[in-house]
Design a binder for this molecule. Structure first.
Ligand code: ZN
Ligand code: ZN
Length: 269
């Protein structure tokens, strides 16, 4: 009994020494990263504003798209998008927590060197692969898990750009935070590459929900990189296109469906 007590006492002492020695990292990298994400999101809102109100020849994904509805609800939808607790609030908390408590690998706190394009691509591919696995699990593991996590996001049969992060806290945790945390432990990059990856990842998830196609989509389609019409297939048909940034996993699994085969969509332009 005395031995157990001494052992536990020892553990508490060790924890106390560790906590006393613990130093919070400088938050500069964290602030720069959050600013980079927000800046890119701000540019996306401007770009979307142009598409909704001014573009002369916008290319909606759906044939029966009504632009006046997007115009009428623009500011309300933007407010909802920004204030979603499962969106920027949960993601921001994740970034702050993992940074300040040094959960990120040591390399992430380094400002040495520039952006590594190869690590940036590795992060995108690995995160998307893990996100696809989590997405498949949410759909197929059990009806209860689906209801708790992903069902709220599927109320959008024909999503809009501002619906990108509208789902549930559980959905964001499983499908975004878990893949992000695992990727960070595998790809050890510096702070600059992390910033680029985080900003592009958040931008990508937003842009694929757009009710309009983008000018770069024909190029993306050649390499089976995700486009709004690819992701809209998932929202409309439910059991295809589980990937977000890359359609490669769906092509391997036989769950890829080309948007041109969906009759509610415009044929490829
Ligand atoms: Zn889904
Ligand atoms: Zn979606």
């Amino acid at each position: 009994m005395k031995a157990v007590y001494t052992f536990q006492n020892d553990k508490v002492t060790k924890l106390y020494i560790y906590l006393k020695k613990f130093e919070y990292p400088s938050p500069v990298g964290l602030f720069l990263g959050i600013l980079a994400v927000l800046f890119l999101q701000f540019l996306i809102v401007l770009y979307h504003y142009y598409n909704v109100f001014y573009a002369l020849h916008p290319s909606p994904v759906h044939i029966n798209f009504d632009r006046s509805v997007s115009q009428k609800n623009f500011w309300r939808d933007l407010r909802t998008h920004v204030c979603n607790p499962e969106g920027f609030l949960l993601l921001g908390s994740y970034l702050c927590f993992t940074w300040m408590f040094r959960i990120m690998p040591e390399s992430y706190y380094s400002y040495k060197g520039g952006i590594s394009l190869s690590q940036f691509l590795q992060q995108l591919v690995l995160t998307d692969f893990l996100q696809t696995l989590m997405h498949l699990a949410e759909h197929h593991v059990s009806p209860r898990l689906y209801q708790l996590s992903h069902k709220p996001h599927h109320r959008f049969i024909s999503p809009k750009l501002f619906d990108a992060f509208d789902g549930s806290l559980c959905d964001t945790f499983l499908m975004i935070l878990v893949p992000l945390a695992l990727t960070a432990q595998v790809v050890h990059c510096n702070v600059w590459t992390y910033m680029l990856f985080g900003s592009v990842y958040a931008a990508f998830l937003t842009l694929i929900h757009s009710e309009f196609e983008h000018v770069w989509d024909p190029f993306f389609k050649k390499f089976k990189i995700g486009t709004p019409s690819d992701h809209h297939v998932h929202h409309a048909k439910f059991c295809y296109n589980f990937g977000h940034m890359f359609m490669w996993w769906d092509m391997l699994l036989g769950t890829y469906r080309n948007p041109v085969t969906v009759k509610q969509f415009y044929p490829s332009r």
